[in-house]
Design a protein around this ligand. Structure first.
Ligand SMILES: Nc1ncnc2c1ncn2[C@@H]1O[C@H](COP(=O)(O)OP(=O)(O)O)[C@@H](O)[C@H]1O
Ligand SMILES: [Mg+2]
Length: 228
């Protein structure tokens, strides 16, 4: 009973950011069917599951990168896959912040130049405090190729957050990081969503990180089970 009340409270106090209905997807074999999920402002959701269970595929569908075989992803009251390509691109560029394990930085440029690209595209200033917290301020003038994998990952996270997305989609965002740095990065993401009324959907195989989120789902046996 109390959890029902809590759920109602969350619904009343914060507004809906993203909603997925009846998602189905298959490549060579069926990955999942009838997946439903809702994300609210200030909420963090983790999706765990074994390798190959379809976590990245589900995140790609939720984050506008892959049209599902069936089902809808509602953002701003519209199914994003019913939009025209340029409208979808606008959402992906302005409202969605997508963090991959393999980060897509421009390698011929410095860390700062990569951040300036995000600044240019979004019109938002780079958050100096964020660079300090992520401990990348001292390498900001170095070329991307000279940075360690973990430093590159943190630059890419800073770049995504600089554009002030409404939703962060993160696929194993701490995969290249040691445990201490992983916790710093998770804190950065949690603080960001609280401060900016944003939401976070995190895919990870690390249960410990998953349990730092408000809700935890497990992708298993074609279904998404709520385990917290
Ligand atoms: N673009 C694709 N084309 C064909 N099969 C794919 C594609 N992307 C993923 N798959 C397959 O779907 C399954 C789930 O992959 P993925 O979503 O990456 O799982 P996870 O992230 O949980 O490890 C895997 O068997 C993978 O080979
Ligand atoms: Mg994956």
């Amino acid at each position: 009973m109390s959890s029902i009340l809590e759920e109602q409270n969350t619904t009343l106090n914060s507004s809906l950011l993203l909603e997925a209905h009846n998602l189905n997807h298959k490549f060579d074999y069926e990955l999942f069917s009838d997946i439903n999920i809702s994300l609210y402002q200030k909420q963090s959701i983790a999706i765990i599951g074994t390798s190959g269970s379809g976590k990245s595929t589900l995140l790609n569908i939720l984050s506008s990168l892959l049209k599902p075989c069936d089902g809808e992803v509602i953002f701003d009251k519209k199914d994003i896959y019913s939009l025209k390509q340029n409208e979808l691109l606008k959402i992906r560029r302005k409202d969605f912040g997508i963090i991959f394990q393999a980060h897509y930085l421009f390698r011929g440029f410095s860390a700062l130049e990569n951040l300036n690209i995000a600044k240019f595209l979004s019109g938002n200033e780079i958050d100096d405090e964020l660079l300090e917290i992520l401990d990348i301020k001292k390498v900001i003038h170095q070329g991307i190729g000279e940075l360690s994998g973990g430093q590159q990952q943190r630059v890419s996270i800073a770049r995504v957050l600089s554009k002030k997305p409404k939703i962060i989609f993160a696929d194993e965002p701490t995969g290249n990081l040691d445990k201490k740095t992983a916790l710093v990065v998770m804190d950065v993401l949690f603080n960001y969503i609280k401060k900016h009324n944003a939401g976070l959907i995190l895919v990870t195989h690390e249960e410990e990180l998953a349990y730092k989120c408000d809700k935890v789902y497990k992708l298993d046996n074609l279904n998404l089970q709520e385990i917290r």
